[in-house]
Design a protein around this ligand. Structure first.
Ligand code: SF4
Length: 80
């Protein structure tokens, strides 16, 4: 028996993506429909919050501002 290597997204196992998936790099298109390369049921993935496979959306990260010495920053800028 020959092993099937390519994935057939329109086979029925894969559910089309939802609007929240738009922009994600894991979206693949087949026969006019868009599917997720990684997850069979994208809708379920988003039910509990942000999809952890998403490449376009990340949970909010608290960004701490790094203190910049204005004098040093000006020096660095003038070197360019
Ligand atoms: S990885 Fe997540 S966000 Fe990206 S297409 Fe799949 S289900 Fe959607």
């Amino acid at each position: 028996m020959q092993k099937q290597t390519s994935v057939n997204y329109s086979e029925g196992k894969f559910q089309p993506i939802i609007d929240k998936c738009e922009g994600c790099e894991r979206v693949v298109e087949e026969s006019g429909n868009q599917y997720c390369q990684t997850y069979l049921f994208p809708k379920a993935k988003w039910k509990l919050g942000i999809c952890n496979f998403a490449t376009h959306a990340k949970p909010e990260i608290i960004v701490t501002n790094v203190r910049v010495n204005p004098l040093k920053a000006a020096k660095r800028a003038s070197k360019r």
